[in-house]
Design a protein around this ligand. Structure first.
Ligand SMILES: C[S@@+](CC[C@H](N)C(=O)[O-])C[C@H]1O[C@@H](n2cnc3c(N)ncnc32)[C@H](O)[C@@H]1O
Length: 413
C-alpha cells in the first residue's frame, strides 16, 4: 500500500525517503498543463500522419479519443492513443441536377455524389467539366437504373422541375407532365430508401391549390410511411447569398434512424451587391435595345417603371398599366446597397428586368454566377442563353453548402 502521493503528478511512494527525494528533485515533476500540451502535440502529429497516409479527402476523421488515465499512469506508462475511427463521407444521388448549384454546395459540405442526373445536355457537360470522375447520367430521371445504389444512398435529392407550380407558370401542379416527375421521385424513395431525402422547389408549391398540392406531394413522398417529413421556405438572402430568393425545402428523415435535422441558422448581416459586384472576370452579357437603355437612364438604383413619366409608363406597360399589383419587377434596376432580386432563367424579360445597378445593361453571366455564389472558376458549358438558364435555375451554392452541413450533422449524429 502506498502511503505517500505527490500532489503535482500523482506518483505514489511506499517509503517516505523516496517521497522526499522525489519532492526535492532538481527538475520538478510534470504539471498537468504541461502534460496536456504534450498530449495535444502527440495527437496532432498522429492525425497528420494518418491524413498523409490516407490521402483521402472524402474521409472524415472522427475526433481522437484518449482513454482516461490518471496523471500518475501517464508519467510512468507511454501514452496510449485509442485507434482512429474513420467515418466514410455521406453519399448522395441528385436527379434534375441542372448546372450543379445544389450538388456543388453539398460536395463543399463533404458529401460524395454517387450519381448526378439531368436530361439537358449542357447541364450534364457542365457537371462533368466541373466534377471530373463523377458519374453523370444525361437522361430523363424516370429511366435511371437504380439497382446498384440500393442501400448505399444517404441522401436522395432533386430540383424536380417546378414550372407547373410557379407563380409565373400555369400552375397545373401534379396534373402537368412535369408534375409527374414528383411521382417518379416518390418511387425512387421507395426503391433506394435513403436515410434522408430533400426536394427543392419554388415557393409557389406551398400555396398551389390552397396548399392541397403540397399535402398531396408529401403524402406521395411518404407513401410507405417510413419518413418524418418537414418543410420550410428559406430566403437565400438570410444565408449569406446576395439575393432574395425564396424556395421551399422538403426534408424526409427515415423514422427508424431517429434522425434529427435542423435547418441552418439565419445570418445576421445580409450580403449586398456592392460586396460582390467588383473585380469580375470577363464573360458574355446580354444586351438591351436602344429604347430600353434610354428608359433605364431615367431609373435610379432600386427603382423601376414608376420612376418614368406617366406617358412613358403607359407606353411601356400597355394593358398591364391598369392591372393591379406593384409590378416592381418591371424595368427594375438593382441597387448596390441591397441583395439582388431573384435571378431568373433569362437576364432580360419585359415583366422581370434586373438591370445592372450602375450601367444600362443586364447582368453578365459571371455576375449572375457570383450572385448565385458559384466560384469564378466554375465553368458553364453551352451558349450564353443556356449558361444564364443553368445559373438562374440553381440553388445558390452557399445555401446548398449550409443545408449540406446541417444534413451531414443529422446523418453523423
Ligand atoms: C430547377 S433545375 C435544377 C437546378 C439544380 N437543383 C441546381 O441547383 O443547379 C431543374 C432541372 O431539371 C431538369 N429536368 C427537367 N426534366 C427532367 C427529367 N425528366 N429528367 C431529368 N432532369 C430533368 C432540367 O433540365 C433542369 O436542369
Amino acid at each position: 500500500m502506498s502511503k505517500y502521493s505527490c500532489e503535482k503528478c500523482g506518483m505514489e511512494f511506499k517509503q517516505k525517503s523516496h517521497y522526499n527525494q522525489h519532492l526535492s528533485r532538481k527538475t520538478p515533476c510534470i504539471k498537468e498543463a504541461k502534460l496536456k500540451e504534450y498530449i495535444d502535440k502527440a495527437v496532432e502529429e498522429k492525425i497528420n500522419v494518418m491524413k498523409q497516409t490516407l490521402q483521402t479527402p472524402e474521409l472524415t476523421i472522427a475526433p481522437l479519443t484518449i482513454a482516461p488515465l490518471t496523471i500518475a499512469q501517464l508519467t510512468i506508462a507511454p501514452l496510449t492513443i485509442a485507434p482512429l475511427t474513420i467515418i466514410p463521407a455521406p453519399t448522395f444521388i441528385e436527379v434534375c441536377a441542372g448546372g450543379g448549384g445544389l450538388s456543388c454546395g453539398l460536395m463543399k459540405a463533404g458529401f460524395v455524389p454517387l450519381l448526378l442526373n439531368d436530361n439537358n445536355k449542357d447541364c450534364c457537360e457542365t457537371l462533368k467539366k466541373n466534377h471530373p470522375g463523377i458519374k453523370v447520367e444525361c437522361a430523363s430521371m424516370d429511366t435511371l437504373k437504380l439497382d446498384e445504389y440500393i442501400n448505399k444512398v444517404d441522401l436522395l435529392t432533386g430540383g424536380v422541375p417546378c414550372q407547373s407550380f410557379s407563380q409565373a407558370g400555369k400552375r397545373k401542379g401534379l396534373k402537368d407532365p412535369r408534375g409527374e416527375l414528383m411521382l417518379k421521385f416518390a418511387d425512387m424513395i421507395v426503391i433506394l430508401k435513403p436515410k434522408i431525402f430533400m426536394i427543392e422547389n419554388v415557393k409557389g408549391l406551398t400555396t398551389h391549390d390552397g396548399g392541397k398540392t403540397l399535402i398531396e406531394i408529401i403524402k406521395l413522398l411518404n407513401k410507405a410511411e417510413l419518413y418524418n417529413i418537414e418543410y420550410r421556405v428559406l430566403n437565400s438572402a438570410d444565408y449569406s447569398v446576395p439575393q432574395k430568393r425564396e424556395r421551399v425545402f422538403i426534408i424526409g428523415t427515415l423514422k427508424t434512424m431517429d434522425i434529427v435535422f435542423n435547418f441552418p441558422l439565419k445570418n445576421s448581416k445580409p450580403i449586398l451587391l456592392k460586396h460582390i459586384l467588383q473585380n469580375l472576370p470577363e464573360s458574355p452579357c446580354a444586351k438591351y435595345s436602344a429604347e430600353k437603355i434610354a428608359l433605364f437612364k431615367q431609373i435610379p438604383q432600386g427603382g423601376c417603371w414608376v420612376n418614368l413619366s406617366e406617358e412613358q409608363q403607359k407606353a411601356y406597360l400597355g394593358k398591364s398599366y391598369l392591372s393591379g399589383g406593384g409590378k416592381r419587377g418591371i424595368l427594375h434596376r438593382l441597387s448596390m446597397e441591397k441583395p439582388s432580386l431573384t435571378l431568373l432563367c433569362t437576364p432580360s424579360q419585359k415583366q422581370t428586368e434586373r438591370c445592372h445597378p450602375l450601367e444600362e445593361r443586364p447582368l453578365s453571366v459571371r455576375e449572375y454566377a457570383r450572385i448565385q455564389t458559384f466560384a469564378d472558376d466554375y465553368h458553364f458549358i453551352g451558349g450564353m442563353a443556356s449558361q444564364y438558364k443553368q445559373i438562374g435555375n440553381a440553388v445558390p451554392v452557399e445555401l446548398a453548402r449550409q443545408m449540406g452541413e446541417c444534413l451531414k450533422t443529422a446523418l453523423l449524429a
